[in-house]
Design a protein around this ligand. Structure first.
Ligand code: ZN
Length: 299
């Protein structure tokens, strides 16, 4: 066999060392109900959600069971809200993979047991803190001390994103509340408050998936950067989860909203670019007609 043929055969395994934790007919895309980095109101969503009840769940690579727990955990225990959870160690990649909200039937899975991707280790369910039955899957790099976006490590067979993200709503973060903003109308502001947007993506125009986005860039009309997000990794630094440019949750989100700029009054003219993972991206210019509200001069 020629060298390039060998390379061609092994390349996908170098690029994507892991297999999907659920199996799927190759011709059908998999539904992903939530993506990496989304806001969970007070923390980053650190993995991928795959909906469905009773789906067989497989190890993504050869590994060893290092942690497992059944049922709901109380606050302060790890992982909070994950329900029946399995965590595997993959020595070759120096990574952990985690599987949450499984059906509580892990009787045969004691710690230190070796697993491989051909043998299912559980079924998806809704144990723990979970709206509906789904698998929450995460990858943690021990070398980087970071949660990784699983889409970067999994083969692309099942993934599709043909739809542009949409900006559903603009808002202002006032000291006491979030105020929805109509960008067409002139308005006044008494202080320099952050500008917010609700941005969602989906696989296709008609699909039920409503994802967060993979990247967001906000620039002024002169080209200086006001916000720059890329959800490849979420790092664990100084006891907090942070983006790659070291922003903590509160610098990225206000509840479900992305923070576009910290000081709206200073930057009424913005260019926003947002995209999903490998999908078409959105570019939108924003020209706010905002005037500072003069407060009465104190005597
Ligand atoms: Zn999840």
């Amino acid at each position: 066999m020629k060298f390039w043929m060998i390379l061609f055969l092994i390349l996908p395994y170098i690029l994507y060392p892991f297999e999907w934790p659920v199996k799927q007919n190759k011709t059908k895309s998999l539904i992903i109900s939530s993506t990496f980095g989304e806001s969970r109101l007070d923390h980053f969503h650190n993995g991928l959600d795959i909906p469905g009840e009773n789906r067989k769940v497989y190890p993504v690579a050869k590994g060893k069971v290092v942690w497992q727990t059944k049922g709901n955990r109380r606050y302060g225990e790890i992982p909070f809200g994950g329900g029946t959870t399995m965590i595997l160690y993959h020595p070759k990649e120096k990574m952990l993979s985690g599987y949450m909200h499984l059906k509580p039937s892990l009787d045969n899975w004691e710690n230190n047991r070796f697993v491989n991707p051909n043998v299912a280790m559980g079924r998806s369910g809704k144990s723990g803190h979970s709206g509906g039955a789904h698998l929450h899957f995460f990858l943690f790099s021990l070398l980087e001390k970071a949660m990784l976006n699983p889409l970067l490590a999994l083969p692309e067979d099942f993934y599709r994103n043909e739809s542009k993200p949409k900006i559903k709503e603009y808002a202002i973060l006032l000291p006491d509340r979030v105020s929805i903003l109509n960008p067409e109308k002139p308005f006044s502001l008494s202080g320099n408050y952050p500008l917010l947007a609700r941005v969602v993506d989906s696989a296709t125009a008609t699909s039920k998936e409503r994802w967060g986005i993979y990247f967001l860039k906000v620039e002024t009309d002169t080209g200086s950067s006001l916000q720059s997000l890329l959800f490849q990794k979420i790092l664990y630094r100084n006891f907090r989860w942070q983006t790659e440019n070291l922003q903590v949750f509160e610098q990225v989100y206000a509840g479900p909203y992305y923070i576009l700029a910290y000081d709206l009054l200073k930057h009424p003219n913005l260019k926003i670019t947002a995209g999903g993972y490998k999908g078409p991206s959105l570019t939108e210019g924003l020209h706010l007609q905002v005037t500072p509200l003069k407060t009465q001069a104190s005597p």
